[in-house]
Design a protein around this ligand. Structure first.
Ligand SMILES: C[S@@+](CC[C@H](N)C(=O)[O-])C[C@H]1O[C@@H](n2cnc3c(N)ncnc32)[C@H](O)[C@@H]1O
Length: 222
């Protein structure tokens, strides 16, 4: 399993192993969005976006969305399944899908720069940090801090479960790890926790994890 060079994820999309995809908007996003005090028409970064329908929900409430996704197939499916028009531009780093309100940089998130994005108001992370093994989570936290300007908001959902070694994705990320990764750059509030039983067909269930807690974290960039 090679998470680092991306083959793992490319294969998952090619084999349609996308059990992480949801057919309705995320509960924490829809509940807490209005409390974020964002400017009008905020620019939202969705790292590791897959073909998440949360991006559509965000445009419905007036956001301009920039996603980043490794798999070209995921990007194509996002636009075609939602009947959205796009144009394609190729650079040395990305294939850029540009739609009316949603653009996706198809390529490696770790190659994105502040110059590529412009000023981001809000970063929305569902199943992104927790998709990454520990060393990449450290790099990811640094990248997020680099891309987000002072005052911007970062809504992060983590999943926490009991395990003896690092299994995943999704990887178990605790509230103390969130503090460790982000405390140098952000003020952190834990908004809400919800427990759920892990699906019997999940790979982490096969390693003995039975129940997990989803925690919504709100981070504000210092
Ligand atoms: C668990 S999925 C979550 C997708 C989406 N956030 C959602 O909620 O459905 C993680 C996604 O991250 C993408 N990904 C993994 N590593 C990446 C990287 N380095 N750059 C960009 N995308 C990446 C994968 O292809 C996959 O679609």
């Amino acid at each position: 399993m090679n998470h680092v060079d991306g083959k793992f994820w490319i294969n998952r999309w090619e084999n349609n192993e996308i059990g992480f995809h949801r057919d309705k908007p995320n509960y924490f996003l829809t509940k807490y969005f209005s409390e974020l005090n964002l400017a009008e028409s905020p620019k939202v970064l969705v790292p590791l976006c897959g073909k998440s329908l949360d991006m559509l929900w965000l445009t419905d409430v007036g956001c301009q969305v920039i996603g980043c996704e490794l798999s070209n197939l995921a990007c194509q499916q996002f636009y075609s399944e939602n009947y959205l028009q796009y144009t394609l531009t190729e650079t040395d780093k990305f294939v850029q899908y540009t739609g009316d309100d949603i653009s996706i940089y198809c390529g490696d998130f770790f190659a994105v720069t502040g110059e590529d994005l412009g000023k981001i108001d809000f970063c929305y992370d569902r199943a992104a940090l927790v998709a990454l093994p520990r060393q990449l989570r450290i790099n990811y936290a640094k990248k997020i801090a680099e891309l987000l300007p002072t005052g911007s908001r970062y809504l992060l959902e983590i999943k926490t479960y009991q395990c003896n070694s690092e299994i995943g994705p999704p990887f178990s990320v605790s509230k103390s790890e969130v503090k460790e990764l982000f405390t140098n750059y952000f003020s952190i509030t834990f908004l809400e926790e919800q427990s759920e039983m892990i699906q019997p067909d999940s790979n982490i269930r096969a390693h003995g994890a039975v129940e997990l807690t989803n925690t919504a974290c709100l981070l504000i960039r210092n």
